[in-house]
Design a protein around this ligand. Structure first.
Ligand SMILES: Nc1ncnc2c1ncn2[C@@H]1O[C@H](COP(=O)(O)OP(=O)(O)OP(=O)(O)O)[C@@H](O)[C@H]1O
Length: 562
């Protein structure tokens, strides 16, 4: 719109223009000095323009962000600010970032948990001192602590909280407090109900620090206690259902009870794994039956690892229980107290989780518990140790183990096969997917929960359940073997004269840069180099994680007794 009035438009007089360089330059370029028209009569349009320019010129108008000065002055020449523009690439990038941040073990939920939920919890939770408790009978004593039944000395508070369990633990109590607090916020139903944990005031002359941990008393029996009874699994049935079933005893009924226990245990484990915690000491002694919730809960998080923030702490002398550990046990148990730098551990945690599948360590242990529940002959320590030896001898191939023992199996052993063979052998299939040598070939807790073994209807699988079973079987395949197979195939067909590359030639291929000439040779060389690079980068990352400054940095969050 051309200016025809006698006012010179001075953008600098307006405080709202003074910051807008673009507009200033624009004005300087476009505005000419104006003079009053020689005519005495003024048209209505001129008056309206005059008013507009007066407002803008003396700087009493609204800010340009509100009244769109560009529109007022030069409707079509100033660039418009349309705010945020969403592009397809931007949206895809955001979605990828969100998927990464929310992937297990969950970087984003971890931040929220640590900086918001943990902080709020600390503000509002009740705190206790050692003198607030009266100790009762000793429930257990391990290498790192003593566990007592306890109650609060204040009768009013005691009637509210009920019976308690108090553990006096040495150094590893710090980890256990951290893990229990994390679990209470993320998946309270998975583990025993944690009340409070603190570092005890050090008395004079006392060496090591001592931690106090308090839980609600869940019940008298662990799965180990229940499995020692000849009545197992019927003794569990009465606990879970509350009354005795008026049904004939038999394989079908036992199978149902074992299914229920397995579902409860997988549910508890899935809760832990979804929040990035791996227990590493899953065994029947660490599964307590909660009378109030009528379900099994996990206890003893002293050896657990929190992959979200990289807490991977095992005291030097701590030995994981060899009866229930997965074959990869020594990789983990030889680690000394280590605290990788939190940002590195946190940022890489989804990648490391996917590559290492640390949760499958617990799955192996749970597989052994499943085996013991099904096979009465394997419930004693000595028979389990013997089974472990036999399995190792056949390279952890459960099918091969079955082939060697089944033909000469005693009734107690045969009973296990019969239970697992019910419903078309679906129980055996689930067990086989849990007890495998390679961690990444083991089923996850979530996938196991979706297994048709937990279908209540029994043999007749619906179309959907059948589809789910096929999907389960497809996801159980080890695709890294497929990559090896392709490389192997290419290697074998690589050289016409000798019918394939030798190992030395393959090594050479890994080293060389691609040359002009044989395209096939170059593709293979590139593939091998990429493979080598990935392995090298991963090793370096793992080294970086374990070589970091060693300290129990997280223990600063643990309350101290006042
Ligand atoms: N919340 C609870 N409710 C009831 N009993 C519990 C609870 N927590 C622990 N217990 C009992 O205390 C015993 C020891 O607990 P826990 O395994 O945590 O201690 P520990 O010192 O690590 O023992 P160990 O080294 O033998 O594993 C358990 O076997 C169980 O009987």
């Amino acid at each position: 719109m051309a200016t025809t009035t006698g006012f010179r438009l001075s953008s600098t007089t307006s405080p709202f223009f003074s910051n807008t360089n673009l507009l200033q330059r624009h004005n300087r370029r476009k505005l000419k000095p104006l003079s009053l028209p020689p005519r005495a009569g003024v048209s209505p349009e001129t008056v309206s323009d005059l008013v507009q320019q007066l407002v803008v010129g003396v700087g009493v108008g609204l800010p340009c962000t509100v009244m769109e000065c560009g529109d007022v002055i030069y409707r079509s020449t100033l660039p418009r600010n349309d705010g945020l523009t969403v592009t397809a690439q931007g949206a895809a990038l955001l979605a990828t970032a969100a998927a990464y941040l929310w992937a297990t073990p969950g970087v984003a939920p971890g931040f929220f948990d640590m900086f918001v939920l943990a902080f709020l919890e600390r503000l509002f939770r009740p705190s206790f001192r050692k003198d607030d408790f009266v100790l009762g009978k000793k429930l257990g004593e391990g290498a790192f602590g003593v566990v007592y039944k306890a109650s609060l000395s204040n009768p009013k508070a005691s009637s509210k909280l009920g019976d308690l369990v108090l553990k006096k633990a040495t150094e590893y109590g710090a980890v256990e407090i951290w893990m229990n607090e994390r679990v209470r916020r993320a998946c309270a139903n998975s583990c025993a109900d944690f009340v409070y944990g603190f570092l005890e005031r050090k008395s004079k002359g006392k060496g090591a620090e001592e931690y106090c941990l308090i839980w609600r008393f869940e019940g008298e029996d662990t799965l180990y206690d229940l499995m020692q009874s000849k009545e197992f699994p019927y003794n569990v049935e009465t606990k879970i259902l509350g009354d005795i079933q008026d049904l004939p005893k038999g394989l079908g009924r036992e199978n149902r009870i074992i299914q229920t226990v397995m579902r409860q245990l997988l549910f508890a484990l899935d809760g832990l794994h979804s929040t990035g915690i791996v227990h590493r000491d899953i065994k029947p002694q660490n599964l307590i039956f909660s009378e109030a919730a009528r379900t099994f809960k996990i206890i003893d998080l002293g050896a657990a690892t929190d992959l979200r923030v990289g807490i991977n702490y095992i005291p030097k002398e701590f030995l994981l229980d060899p009866r229930y550990t997965a074959p990869e046990q020594y990789i983990m148990s030889t680690q000394t107290p280590s605290a990788p730098s939190v940002p590195v551990a946190t940022a890489l945690s989804p990648v490391l989780w996917q590559l290492n599948r640390p949760d499958r360590f617990d799955i192996y242990s749970l597989g052994l518990i499943f085996l013991q529940m099904a096979f009465p002959a394997l419930r004693t320590d000595s028979s389990l140790i013997q089974f472990n030896r036999q399995l190792k001898r056949v390279n952890y191939d459960l099918q091969a183990w079955r082939r060697t023992v089944e033909p000469r199996a005693a009734p107690d052993l045969r009973k296990g096969f019969e239970i697992l063979d019910l419903d078309g052998g679906i129980g055996w299939e689930l067990l086989s997917s849990m007890i495998r040598y390679k961690a990444r070939r083991r089923v996850s807790a979530k996938a196991a929960l979706a297994h048709p073994y937990f279908n209540r209807e029994g043999l007749g699988l619906s179309v959907m359940q059948n589809l789910r079973l096929q999907l389960f079987r497809a996801t159980q395949k080890d695709y890294s073997e497929a990559a090896d197979w392709i490389i192997g195939l290419m290697a074998r067909s690589g050289s016409e004269s000798v019918g394939g590359f030798t190992e030395a030639q393959l090594q050479e291929l890994r080293e060389i840069e691609p040359k002009k000439g044989s395209a096939q040779r170059n593709v293979l060389a590139s593939l091998l180099r990429v493979q080598r690079k990935i392995i090298k980068t991963l090793n370096e990352t793992m080294d970086e994680l374990t070589q970091q400054r060693k300290s129990l940095w997280w223990s600063r969050w643990i309350p101290r007794e006042e």
